[in-house]
Design a protein around this ligand. Structure first.
Ligand code: MF3
Ligand code: CO
Ligand code: CO
Length: 372
């Protein structure tokens, strides 16, 4: 959480938490132009104490603004959904028409590329935005002594407060609302009663379903003071994902993703997990294409504008080989050494890539390498 802004407000306002005269305003509320009464706090402490409940105000406002969008905006949203649907089926409107029992003489014609809206305009708050906010909320509570079940509770509550469904919950009977993968866990760790310990690393993987689409992302966090080898592992994994994203654009083969990741990991003395891959995502949680993160893979297909998929490399300090716990979910390294992961949901654009789950200015500042 960022601190409350120090801009003075009229003293007639009272603190949203304790009712005392309020001198601070929530910067996010100011940015969203929310009424000053809902945004005032007396002290940084009151602001911080209120944050976990207060922040739902921001999401609710964004959602109500989306619901109030004009018919034009709703049509353009519907059109872009249709575009994604066509491309997902391996069709483009510029090439030959798909098989369909056309009912009349009308046929679809090419649709021009998406029109650009300046970055300064706030975008509709869909599954992706919610997923990022939810992951950031989870990251803010991570510290020694917190259980992974408590992290799952934050993820669950933040997701439903935003009107979303936590996609992992009951997915192939997965029992919780997110995955928490500690130390040697590669992925799909089940949140449980274990308290995080000083020196642990923990990946939190959040997927949110909202208005018919899924948004999927994860990050690996440091718990208290972590040894140098773990810092190296986590930073290198972050870089593997960044390097992979940097090659994404129309015409690039999916199999190239693994080459880039493998090169950086092996150069850094680390290994790449083979059993779990990036995936297509949209109306479905997991769909084609399958995107391996290791080198010399046989992934089929070429990237096309409009496709949405994840890249989510899992990088190991020791051997690449994985094993599964008897719970049927938890994937661990075969040698018990640590594993890290980062994941983004991506959109291929006409010119390159948009990282739909990108970090926000408000995302917790937990990676030293991102500071200038
Ligand atoms: N979020 C994971 C991914 O990145 C999938 C989790 S499936 C679950 O694809 F069932 F374990 F939640
Ligand atoms: Co994923
Ligand atoms: Co995920």
């Amino acid at each position: 959480m960022d601190g409350g802004s120090n801009a003075p407000v009229e003293s007639t306002l009272s603190c949203a938490r304790c009712g005392k005269p309020a001198n601070l305003q929530c910067p996010k509320c100011v940015e969203l132009r929310l009424p000053r009464e809902s945004a005032a706090f007396c002290t940084q402490d009151c602001f911080k104490e209120s944050w976990s409940s207060h922040k739902s105000v921001h999401l609710k406002l964004k959602l109500s603004r989306l619901a109030a969008s004009t018919p034009d905006e709703q049509i353009s949203a519907a059109l872009s959904n249709g575009w994604l649907y066509c491309l997902k089926k391996g069709q483009t409107r510029t090439s030959k028409l798909p098989h369909f029992d056309w009912t009349g003489t009308l046929r679809p014609y090419p649709i021009s590329s998406r029109r650009v809206v300046p970055a300064s305009v706030e975008k509709p708050d869909w599954a992706i935005d919610i997923a990022r906010e939810v992951l950031d909320a989870a990251a803010r509570v991570i510290q020694p002594g917190v259980t992974t079940d408590e992290i799952d509770d934050v993820v669950h509550e933040a997701t439903i407060a935003a009107g979303g469904y936590p996609s992992p919950l009951n997915y192939y009977f997965f029992p919780k609302s997110c995955c928490t993968s500690v130390n040697e866990v590669i992925c799909h760790g089940i949140p449980d009663a274990r308290k995080l310990e000083d020196g642990d690393i923990v990946n939190v993987d959040v997927t949110v379903y909202y208005k018919g689409v899924h948004g999927d992302l994860n990050e690996t966090y440091f718990v208290g003071n972590v040894d140098e080898a773990s810092k190296h592992l986590v930073q290198c994994t972050y870089e593997c994902l960044a390097k992979a994203i940097s090659i994404v654009k129309p015409g690039v083969r999916f199999r190239e993703v693994g080459e880039v990741i493998n090169r950086h990991a092996s150069m850094s003395g680390l290994s790449v997990v083979k059993s779990y891959c990036g995936h297509g995502i949209g109306e479905l949680f997991h769909c084609a294409p399958n995107i391996p993160h290791y080198g010399r893979n046989k992934a089929v297909g070429v990237m096309k504008a409009g496709q949405t998929f994840t890249i989510e490399p899992m990088i190991n300090a020791g051997v690449w080989r994985d094993r599964s716990w008897p719970d049927g979910w938890t994937a661990v390294t075969a040698d018990g050494k640590r594993s890290a992961q980062f994941e983004h949901t991506l959109l291929v654009t006409e010119t390159g890539v948009e990282v739909l789950t990108a970090r926000l200015p408000t995302s917790p500042n937990v990676y030293p390498w991102l500071n200038p």
